[in-house]
Design a protein around this ligand. Sequence first.
Ligand code: ATP
Length: 260
Amino acid sequence: MDVPENHPRAQSLRIRERIIDGMHKNIVAEAGLIAHGRGEAFDYLIGEETPNFAEEQQQAAVALILRAQKPVFSVNGNVASLCPNEIVEISELLNIPLEVNLFYRREERAKIVADKLVEAGAEEVLGVDPEYHKQISELTHSRRVVDKRGIYSADVVFVPLEDGDRTMALRKLGKQVITVDLNPLSRTSIWSSITIVNNIVRSIPEMIEIGHKLKGLSLDQLSEILNSYDNDKSLRESLEYISNRLKTLSKTSLKNLQKK
Ligand code: ATP
């Protein structure tokens, strides 16, 4: 569907089209549409722009990836459909390999997602070659499979738009987890080491900019950024931001908001 340029919600609709297109190409699972809708609802609540607290979360996330010994970027169908080029760019910039890891795993779908990343310029995508498959016993059946060169042996896993069970399993295995999740109350948000409460389509390009700035820092300087970051506090700030925003909006005419 062509989204008219002057449509008041053109940007949001164009993003939605990427998910629908991804579903037709079997990159996105049906449940991925629902997950996207939930994300859209929370994006409304934060005003569809990056709040200050998310900038801090993104900075801490980049610092943690740069400081990691073996980071990995776990990619699902929604993430691959929403920002494939940016994922490849950040993977190269921060030296974080890409691994396809799906909630509704089927080998052929994992391969289609990997092909999407290769089409966007990725040289190597983990998670598809059965020779390297390993099982994480903390997870049930099809969701157990990971790549022994990637998630299995990683110390830091960047796993945007994830579900709570897997996040908890990764934490229990002693890994640090970074997520992007517009819902600050999801189990993933609460269980992650660093939660970025922002839309991934804004988050990854902004993390690329931060990456260029932080790349030259020493390990001590990166640790300094991380030592001053507190995820629980940051999540509480996101809730405060949303509730203050709603309080302010409730005192003004919502017609003004629509004109924006
Ligand atoms: P949990 O199991 O962690 O409690 P959940 O059951 O909501 O969460 P899913 O629906 O699998 O888990 O996860 C999708 C999450 O991703 C949702 O919390 C949704 O808000 C978020 N989300 C969806 N689209 C985006 C997006 N574009 N950017 C950031 N977050 C998003």
